[in-house]
Write a protein that binds this ligand. Structure first.
Ligand code: PYC
Length: 321
């Protein structure tokens, strides 16, 4: 040892451009039991670990962390808890694809079907080759259609509320074209929509906060069906088409009778990367989305915290004078 506090071993990947950092060693001991309980222990007692892994100077706002844990369901290849620059995610579609490719890179899984346990349920993964993965997401459903919200600076905005492993507000009339040059405007607009939802107490089921905002527009590629812009909690936009956001979209299309079971939907991201999606019918009007995309490992490293480092647990701008 060189005087460093316990090192953290990570593998970095990106899924259709969106980064995932899988923690393979040096994470907090969260004990045993359901993953939802272990997530609460993570939140209550180890937030400094989340910040160390995700925030600058070791991470970035766009990064999603994935802590590998022992699954409580022994049929699962691993348990995984997702986190980002502001807190925790129930599920993460691009992150799950990143975890699958990382586990394959480490030799922990081979081609074929596997299961992963998350705090919001078990998801299926199929490793199609070293990079391409199809995930069977948690049950997804539209909760409310055509909800109007008065948004500061934008006026009345109409959208659907849907669950795809996280809560989404899905808007089909974006405030401007969905092109990279408009990312700052789209981010500001999506933040305003999120504030409007909070101000008007518009929530998901059981009062759950709607923390992801999704704008849709026409695709650029002739063989895609739609392009999206997704603002994640914490203020970063998703570089991928967002796995849980695409699941929420699929649930809305199914509810509107616009997409049949098994039919393929091509969802383009704001940077032009792509997921393909389809669904099977689930219980109670819900759907089981299958999301397919590619991930590439781009780094393996050891995060180090040296004694005396004033930013050992990340830079938190909100806590500065
Ligand atoms: O792919 O589900 C997703 C996701 C959520 C937040 C960032 N990516």
């Amino acid at each position: 040892m060189n005087g460093c506090l316990g090192a953290i071993r990570v593998v970095d990947s990106h899924t259709e451009g969106e980064p995932t950092r899988v923690v393979i060693d040096g994470g907090p001991d969260l004990g045993a039991g359901p993953l939802a309980d272990r997530l609460e222990r993570f939140r209550a007692a180890h937030d400094d670990f989340r910040r160390t892994v995700i925030l600058e100077p070791r991470g970035s706002d766009a990064l999603v962390g994935a802590l590998l844990v022992e699954p409580s369901d022994r049929t699962c290849a691993a348990g995984v808890i997702f986190f980002n620059n502001t807190g925790f995610l129930g599920m993460c579609g691009h992150g799950t694809i990143g975890v699958a490719v990382t586990l394959a890179h480490l030799g922990r899984i081979g081609p074929g079907r596997h299961r992963l346990e998350t705090p919001v349920g078990t998801v299926g993964i199929e490793l199609l080759d070293a990079h391409e993965v199809a995930i069977d997401n948690v049950l997804s459903r539209r909760y409310r259609a055509g909800v109007s919200v008065d948004v500061e600076g934008l006026g009345m905005i109409v959208g659907d509320i849907a669950w795809g492993g996280n809560w989404f507000f899905l808007v089909s009339t974006p405030p401007c074209d969905l092109v990279p040059g408009n990312i700052a405007r789209l981010t500001a607009a999506a933040e305003a929509v999120r504030r409007g939802l909070v101000r008007h107490r518009i929530t998901g089921a059981d009062g759950a906060e709607i923390d992801h905002i999704e704008f849709f527009g026409p695709p650029q590629a002739a063989d895609a069906d739609s392009r999206n812009f997704v603002l994640c909690p914490g203020g970063a936009f998703d570089r991928s088409p967002c796995g849980t956001g695409t699941s929420a979209k699929i649930a809305c299309l199914a509810a509107d009778g616009k997409l049949a079971p098994g039919e393929v939907w091509g969802q383009e991201s704001i940077i032009g990367s792509r997921f393909t999606a389809s669904y099977r019918r689930g219980d109670g009007g819900a759907v089981i989305p299958t999301i397919r995309g590619r991930a590439y490992v781009c780094g393996e490293s050891k995060l180090i915290r040296q004694p005396g480092d004033p930013f050992a647990t990340g830079i938190v701008l909100g806590s500065m004078p």
